[in-house]
Design a protein around this ligand. Structure first.
Ligand code: SIN
Length: 539
């Protein structure tokens, strides 16, 4: 599938923007970005561009942990089988095996860099999460694993003389020449636009949960990496597979904080407004069924009980253990007068992890030469149609390391000819975006996707969603904005359009994509990826 839209969001004249040169440009400062940076040959210069602050990434906010085979009771085969069981036949087995086999060495590396994982009697404490057949999730600070991992990784990157980090810098578009990526046009409040030229560019920009009204994702997760890759000619795939986390805090006025699946691993129950523990009615694994099943069951139970949420109940567990295992969640809930050892926690599903993204091969190469991707922005084949819990930090580390090695090799082969490159910047329109109420469009988009392309979808709702989004796209995508609010909205609309289109086309239910009008999986027609690629004639 393809559609036409402007190649670049903004006009720029090469003689009127400052230029910056680096061997490797990494866009994104989460775990995938910094792990890639740390693997690049120290003789090469690396620039990491980060849209917000380094503590605003999804990686930083991760609670549950990292899945890895770390005990004698576990095996690589079991971890691979669990990944395949959750993700189904769209999981690429070779990718799953490669990532899972490298997990223990990545955990060791993090420990050697100073990450302090939680321990019991000197051994790593391993938690259970949904659809895992074994306790294999390493965690830190109880329920703040991402914060602890990122503390160590940020410190390590800060000590590397070849790595520079530009925080609060927005990437507007990738620069291409003769079909290959040669860097990016970026913007920040200090310098305005800068053309960053790079021998190799890596996208590690995370996901797109902010396209939904209810989401666990930080405000920066607006799908920018997928949008800029698409405009540069890269293939996107699996855009219909947005994973909904079953348990997101639902209190009026509070941010939609993730309530980690590890709570259910510790024995928490899901109950409805009447106190009925309903999960055993839906799946024999009860609260530890895969996420798609739990999210769907919660939505059904909310409807049955005519209530806007269900509850996580930990009141039967040892209060001391609950407080020490989940200190962050306990403190956050206390702000709303909830004592998680005595009160039930109101929760419902929210958009959590974008399974689809920029198509990459085994080495993280996208379909555009000179452009790589790692982590949530990419579609590596690890997750199939439903990601196994805690496989994402793992993917960020293993794939980041693979990409870091590859770009080091490839950068050596590129001649330093940046000064001679003409820029292909032909903006198609000069409509000024000034009169638009961008917040209004953004909120309307988020409500629309939540209502019509959420945990459950159907053809009629998706057609309505497509009609609205196409209408908004017609007058927003051709506008020229001069700051990130407008560019971000343009990216969100573009990505939402693909998510809706793919969801409408896939007339079956598979993994996290649940069509109420096509409730069965139809392997005869749909056991393949749905892809998007820009029609170059649209430039
Ligand atoms: C969680 O802590 O429940 C989230 C972990 C994940 O998304 O893998």
């Amino acid at each position: 599938m393809s559609e036409t839209s402007p190649r670049y969001l903004v006009p720029f004249h090469p003689k009127r923007v400052p230029h910056f040169f680096t061997d490797v440009l990494i866009i994104g400062g989460g775990l995938a970005g910094l792990r890639t940076a740390l693997e690049v040959d120290p003789g090469l210069s690396v620039l990491v561009i980060c849209k917000g602050r380094l503590d605003q990434s999804n990686s930083y906010q991760a609670q549950g942990g990292v899945a890895a085979v770390l005990s004698p009771e576990d095996s690589f085969e079991q971890h691979v089988d669990d990944t395949l069981d959750a993700g189904g036949s769209l999981v690429d087995r070779e990718v799953a095996e490669r990532v899972i086999r490298r997990a223990p060495e990545e955990i060791e590396r993090l420990i050697s860099w100073g990450t302090e994982f939680d321990r019991v009697d000197d051994r790593l404490a391993l938690a259970r999460e949904g659809a895992h057949s074994c306790n294999r999730v390493a965690h830190a600070l109880g329920d703040a694993t991402g914060k602890e991992i990122m503390r160590a990784v940020i410190a390590r990157a800060g000590n590397r003389p070849n790595i520079q980090i530009w925080a609060e810098t927005f990437t507007i578009d990738l620069l291409t020449h003769e079909g290959a990526c040669r860097g990016a046009l970026v913007w920040n409040g200090r310098h305005g636009k800068t053309a960053v030229w790079a021998k190799q560019t890596v996208l590690c920009t995370g996901g797109s949960g902010q396209i939904y009204r209810e989401t666990t994702n930080p405000s920066v997760a607006t799908g920018d990496g997928m949008a800029i890759a698409y405009r540069a000619g890269a293939e996107l795939r699996d855009m219909e597979f947005m994973q909904f986390h079953p348990t997101v805090l639902y209190i009026a006025g509070s941010s939609r904080n993730l309530i980690t699946e590890a709570m259910r691993g510790e024995g928490a129950y899901l109950v409805d407004r009447t106190g009925n523990r309903f999960m055993p009615e839906y799946d024999q694994r009860a609260e530890l069924a895969p996420r798609d099943i739990v999210s769907r069951a919660i939505v059904t139970q909310m409807e049955k009980t005519r209530h806007p949420n269900v509850y996580l109940d930990l009141t039967h567990l040892d209060p001391q253990r609950v407080r020490s295992r989940f200190p962050g969640i306990a403190a956050f809930c206390a702000k709303f007068e909830l004592d998680i050892t005595r009160d039930r926690i109101p929760v419902r599903p929210g958009a959590h992890y974008m399974i689809g993204g920029v198509t990459v091969d085994a080495e993280g190469r996208t379909t555009v030469p000179g452009l790589f991707a790692a982590g949530e922005v990419s579609s590596s084949g690890l997750h199939g149609a439903n990601r196994l819990a805690s496989n994402s930090l793992l993917e960020a580390m293993v794939c980041g390391a693979i990409v870091g090695r590859c770009v080091s090799r490839d950068a050596d082969k590129i001649v330093d000819d940046f000064h001679a490159l003409p820029l292909e910047n032909r903006p198609t329109s000069v409509v000024n975006g000034q009169p638009l109420d961008l917040d209004d469009i953004r909120n309307s988009l988020k409500s629309l996707t939540w209502r019509l392309a959420g945990v459950r979808r159907d053809g009629e709702g998706l057609a309505e969603a497509a009609q609205n989004i196409n209408h908004w796209c017609r007058y927003v995508l051709d506008c020229q904005f001069d700051d990130p609010t407008g560019w971000e909205l343009q990216n969100m609309l573009l990505i939402a359009r693909f998510m809706i289109e793919a969801a409408a086309v896939r007339t079956e239910t598979r993994g996290v994509h649940v069509r109420t009008d096509f409730p069965r999986t139809d392997d005869s027609r749909w056991n393949h990826h749905i892809t998007f690629r820009r029609d170059p004639a649209g430039a």
